[in-house]
Write a protein of this length. Structure first.
Length: 337
């Protein structure tokens, strides 16, 4: 049975990390997962409040995770059911006042980051909090993004998005400096802290695709339900990016899947006319980018843009993540004591 949370009935201090459930999903990259969990524990998250979901693991990797992370709640999903569904399974395994979703290739960079996220969640009306994300070389990895509506799509297609004033960027493009804490529309989420009441009301992440766009979609659905998304500049994580997807798909295949998931999200949240306008602007910009990257000889970038074009134009639903609609086979190990 799904547990419901009500802040009015159950007042609490979410800044106490004992009330947060952290979910880390792994697909046969145990070295990343062990490191990610270790940084969460070092930043104050109790090990017993961390759920590690092994999504279709090999026997060898499950054995390693079981041995090295025995203080955490361990969930083995025998088939790879996709990123969103695996996170939802992890959240159901350990109810919490808030849910911290962390990609297994994301690592706490600044001490106190999880507490800073929890403090952000205490702001009135905030349902989702996101940190600053850095690349492995500690350069900024832009994650804050606007909802994909006609105006941002047109601005990006024009090639002028980077010239918009910084204060406008979070509502127009992805070139914001990420220099101050503020309310934003949405964020690409290798790390997200979600209020428990919001999570339950929204039903967790959407499971309509194997992976991609579920983070922006969650922010969008939260906005429609009356919650805000807040960016915390004092929380920092390093995110490697592409650790799982690069092993599974080519650049073109990955971008096609991203495009397909984005198009489905846009059609879900916008009217038919606004969705068609938005997608047309996105295609126009991609056609220009294909031409440019082909001209300068950047074959990889051109292939990625072609994949995005294919995905945006494909109305066919993705395959069901688990291969069927039935309940996946799951094993669970809880820490002793």
């Amino acid at each position: 049975m799904t547990r419901q949370f009500d802040r009015l009935a159950l007042p609490c201090d979410v800044t106490s990390l004992d009330s947060i459930t952290a979910v880390v999903v792994d697909w046969n990259l145990p070295e990343h997962t062990v490191r990610s969990v270790a940084t969460l524990i070092a930043d104050g998250v109790p090990a017993e409040r961390i759920v590690v979901v092994e999504n279709g693991p090999t026997a060898e990797n499950w054995s390693r995770i079981s041995a090295e992370l025995s203080a955490c709640v361990l969930v083995r999903v025998h088939a790879n059911v996709g990123f969103a569904r695996a996170n939802n399974i992890g959240a159901r395994a350990l109810p919490g006042r808030a849910f911290l979703l962390v990609n297994n290739d994301a690592f706490v960079r600044r001490p106190g980051s999880v507490s800073a996220l929890a403090q952000g969640l205490e702001r009135p009306g905030v349902g989702i909090v996101v940190p600053r994300i850095l690349n492995s070389d500690l350069s900024l990895q832009p994650t804050v993004a606007p909802f994909t509506t006609p105006l941002p799509a047109l601005v990006r297609a024009s090639g002028l998005s980077r010239f918009a004033p910084d204060r406008w960027q979070p509502r127009l493009s992805t070139h914001w400096s990420h220099s101050t804490s503020r309310q934003v529309e949405a964020a690409i989420g290798p790390v997200m802290l979600v209020d428990g009441a919001a999570w339950e009301r929204l039903g967790g992440l959407s499971e309509t695709s194997f992976m991609y766009a579920e983070d922006i979609d969650l922010c969008w659905r939260a906005h429609e339900a009356g919650w805000k998304t807040w960016f915390v500049g004092d929380a920092e994580f390093v995110h490697l990016g592409g650790s799982s997807s690069d092993r599974r798909w080519s650049t073109r295949e990955r971008e096609a899947r991203i495009g397909r998931a984005e198009a489905a999200m846009i059609r879900t949240h916008l009217s038919p006319l606004r969705a068609a306008t938005t997608l047309a602007c996105m295609r126009l910009g991609l056609v220009a980018r294909v031409a440019y990257f082909s001209l300068v000889g950047n074959a990889s970038a051109a292939a990625g843009c072609r994949g995005s074009l294919e995905g945006l134009g494909d109305r066919q639903a993705e395959e069901t993540p688990a291969g069927d609609t039935g309940a996946p086979e799951i094993d669970m190990i809880r820490p002793a004591g």
